[in-house]
Design a protein around this ligand. Structure first.
Ligand code: FES
Length: 338
């Protein structure tokens, strides 16, 4: 274990040799700033003042040339080799709800959701403790680094973690999950992480906006609203943006929840009507941010927004909510994946 001291404060934490500085700080319950945990966003930048670290990804896009010249590093991509002194600005919003734990997880079942999204169910020896909407990182055999996937189920004492993963063409991690991992195989699971979890203390109705395999955290939020009685006082508008008709999913998962059709409304939209889809799809065609704007109309400001999906979808929704309609950013929750 190494000791990491924080410049300008009395705080310090110990970090296991196998942990990144980010993971070590979060396990200690500190508000280490982060978004992606994967080297891409740059949120976890720090200055190394003393000590030595191993850099896991030299060319991580989260650092600019200027950052590198100033000896800035990414806490999610550095493992301490010695005791260190670092300069970093904590963010109270990043203070973990549940301190993340790295543990072995066993694949116990799989379930097809669409032609290219499959649910993978893992079990750990300890309870699955997280907030609905959060994610975990998976270390898969033969895959460099870790990948972040959101849970679709609810926290539970059985230690079950369910992930809905889309197969990405040429994607090493998703192809390993789909083709090489079998029931009974073990991986390393670390979590929970993320700030886009359901705020149960808000009285506002909820809008969930999902695209692609962003379905999972939104389903977890819907399940949490149903299981905690939130639907008695708050409605849920659930939007799903798909490329084509055969990519649409979510309704089957939601219709088993009490209040579906009344307290829970499902709004799917496809952005493309390819020839073979055209005769079968009679629903909405267009981008999901436009559909949200149309349905929520004059009531746009009266809701809390949770979203997960491809970065262009997230950006388009942000442009609509914040730039066009000036919805307060405190009502919008998402984790930036890359
Ligand atoms: Fe480290 Fe995104 S680059 S959290």
């Amino acid at each position: 274990m190494t000791e990491i001291r924080i410049e300008g404060s009395e705080q310090s934490f110990t970090c296991a040799p196998s942990d990144s500085l980010l993971a070590g700080g979060l396990r200690a319950g500190l508000g280490m700033p982060y978004e992606c945990t994967a080297g891409a966003c740059g949120t976890c930048k720090f200055e190394l003042l003393e000590g030595d670290v191993e850099v896991l990804w030299d060319d991580a896009p989260g650092l600019s040339a200027r950052d590198r010249a100033k000896n800035r590093k990414l806490a999610c991509q550095c493992r301490p080799l010695t005791d260190c002194r670092i300069k970093i600005r904590f963010d109270e919003a990043c203070m973990p709800q549940v301190n993340p734990l790295k543990q072995t997880a066993t694949l116990i079942a799989t379930n097809e959701i669409t032609h290219d999204i499959r649910e993978f169910r893992f079990a750990t020896d300890t309870a699955a403790t997280f907030r609905p909407g959060q994610f975990a990182t998976l270390q898969l055999p033969g895959v460099r680094g870790t990948r972040a996937y959101s849970m679709s189920n609810l926290p539970n004492g059985k230690g079950e973690w369910h992930f809905q993963v889309r197969r990405v063409k040429g994607g090493n991690a998703s192809n390993t999950l789909f083709d090489q991992l079998h029931v009974g195989d073990q991986i390393t699971l670390d979590g929970p992480f993320g700030m886009a979890f359901l705020r149960e203390d808000s009285a506002r109705d909820v809008v969930c906006i999902a695209g692609g395999s962003g379905l999972a955290p939104m389903v977890s939020i819907a399940r949490a609203m149903a299981s905690t009685g939130q639907l008695a006082s708050r409605r849920l508008h659930f939007f799903y943006g798909a490329r084509t008709q055969r990519d649409v999913c979510g309704e089957a998962l939601l219709e088993s929840l009490p209040g579906f059709g009344e307290r829970i409304r499902f709004y799917p939209s496809v952005s493309s009507t390819q020839e073979q889809d055209a005769p079968r799809w009679s629903g909405r065609v267009g981008f999901i941010h436009e559909y949200v704007e149309e349905i929520m109309g004059a009531d746009l400001h009266g809701h809390d927004y949770y979203m997960a999906g491809p970065p262009p979808m997230i950006q388009a929704v942000l442009d609509t909510l914040q730039t066009r309609h000036m919805v307060d950013k405190s009502q919008i929750y998402f984790d930036r994946f890359f």
